[in-house]
Design a protein around this ligand. Structure first.
Ligand code: A2P
Length: 271
């Protein structure tokens, strides 16, 4: 070990963050991008959890909570982010390139995990915008297909270009060596767009209360079935509030890690 490494060692050990290397970056639109970083050997998380991600700042690091988009066993850690031109973190983070360093919190946590749901038959994952991120993790985990007969990924966006990961859910996942076969039989993808023409249009709140979502998916029911349906929600404050009200009105009970329930929610990364 060199003298420099010895001097650095105590700081590294006490730091609440790992310093990881950017592996790739993919820009979807001028408002949306994905990136992946290296995964420290000691970093454990459950599919669907979030973690602090950041960059060193002038005085102190700037960090925000990000859902991990890769499943719990993945070799790299993937994230989906918005770009806010005057946002303290994303104004800088959007310019990262492979080889750059990113700070990764040491304590992932969250409620969008299968453990926070009671057993059921059908798992609905509803995300708007970057709220899709935790479901990229959950829906690529064999546990979802082992515990539920059907997994439905719903992604709601304003414009078609914001349907990030559309290729994953319409093609790539069916070739995945781990979940491909299960996905072919058990996975449904329901993208919906609100401000442009598209095959599915409208907000999830309206699609659910009108029963159109169930009809489009070929599910023979007009509302959620509290006995068999389990739901995860991730998006803006107002989206999760309105969706939670619908879930409750239809007889579902919110769950947590301490007390599993019929639905769970989390706010998506916002700025
Ligand atoms: P809309 O275009 O009608 O506002 P945002 O970028 O604002 O988070 O929105 C992402 C998607 O979520 C958009 O399709 C938006 O529809 C939809 N959305 C926003 N608020 C709600 C809500 N309260 N309930 C259902 N969908 C919502």
């Amino acid at each position: 070990m060199t003298a420099t490494a010895l001097q650095d060692a105590p700081v590294q050990a006490n730091s609440p963050y790992f310093e990881e290397t950017v592996l790739w970056v993919k820009h979807w639109t001028d408002r949306l991008f994905s990136f992946a970083i290296t995964r420290p050997g000691s970093f454990r998380f459950r599919s669907g959890e979030f973690v602090m991600i950041g960059l060193p700042g002038e005085k102190k690091p700037i960090l925000r909570a990000y859902s991990i988009a890769s499943p719990s066993f993945a070799e790299e850690l993937e994230f989906l982010s918005i770009k806010v031109q005057d946002g303290p973190l994303t104004s800088k983070l959007q310019h990262i390139r492979p080889g750059d360093k990113v700070l990764l919190g040491k304590k992932p946590t969250g409620t969008l995990v299968i453990d926070a749901l009671k057993p059921g038959k059908r798992l609905f994952l509803f995300g708007t915008g970057t709220g899709l991120a935790p479901f990229l993790s959950v829906a690529r985990d064999p546990e979802a297909f082992a515990k539920f007969e059907q997994v439905i990924v719903g992604h709601g966006v304003r414009e078609v270009a914001e349907l990030a990961y559309r290729d994953l859910f319409t093609r790539e996942i069916f070739e995945d060596p781990l979940v491909g076969e299960e996905a072919q039989k058990q996975l449904s993808y329901y993208p919906t767009v609100t401000r442009e023409p598209f095959q599915n249009q409208g907000r999830f709140t309206d699609l659910i209360t009108s029963g159109k979502l169930f009809a489009d998916l070929g599910i023979d029911q007009a509302k959620f079935d509290p006995e068999h349906d389990r739901i995860m929600l991730c998006g803006s404050m107002v989206f999760i509030k309105d969706m939670a009200a619908i879930c409750e009105a239809q007889g579902l009970i919110e769950g947590s890690n301490a007390e599993p329930g019929d639905f769970v929610l989390e706010r998506a990364f916002v700025g």
